[in-house]
Design a protein around this ligand. Structure first.
Ligand code: HEC
Length: 129
């Protein structure tokens, strides 16, 4: 049983790399970020808006900003599931926030288009480190 897992995982990663987050374009992603900027700042030192600042979100544990009042669901996802924001977790999250983190208090339904998500993630990777 267990010997099959690495193969399955490698397959999933290869498929994901081939589609979702290989060819993201940060310039297009910056335009896609217009769906987010009303709620999320990307300016260092700027206060949290309705959503937490995304400055430094790349690699950050979910629900980890001390000065933002997160839902219990997001804090728990970070602490219990060790959810951290990278290309794979952001892709799943942005596709369907409620499914990735049930009970999350983010008023956003998600982005169905995988290419748009890849662009947005490339943008976040470039600016939100
Ligand atoms: C209507 C406001 C709103 C919009 C639009 C929105 N968000 Fe959010 N976002 C939130 C809120 C509020 C939270 C915190 C949710 C919680 O505590 O459950 C959040 C949480 C997050 C987190 C987790 C941050 C952390 O510190 O763990 C990420 C990442 C994120 N949003 C990215 C995005 C992206 C990218 C977009 C655009 C596609 C977006 N959001 C659109 C309000 C919004």
């Amino acid at each position: 049983m267990s010997s099959a897992r690495p193969i399955a995982l490698a397959f999933v990663l290869a498929v994901a790399a081939g589609t979702a987050f290989a060819a993201g374009d940060p310039a297009r992603g910056q335009r896609a970020y217009q769906k987010c900027f009303a709620c999320h700042s990307l300016v260092a030192g700027e206060r949290n808006l309705q959503g937490p600042s995304l400055v430094g979100v790349w690699g950050r544990r979910a629900g980890a900003l001390a000065d933002f009042e997160y839902s219990a669901a997001l804090v728990e996802a970070g602490r219990e599931r060790d959810l951290r924001w990278d290309a794979a977790t952001l892709d799943a999250f942005l596709a369907d926030p409620q499914r990735a983190v049930p009970g999350i208090a983010m008023g956003f339904f998600g982005i169905k288009d995988a290419a748009e998500r890849a662009d947005l993630i490339a943008y976040l990777k470039a600016v939100a480190r």
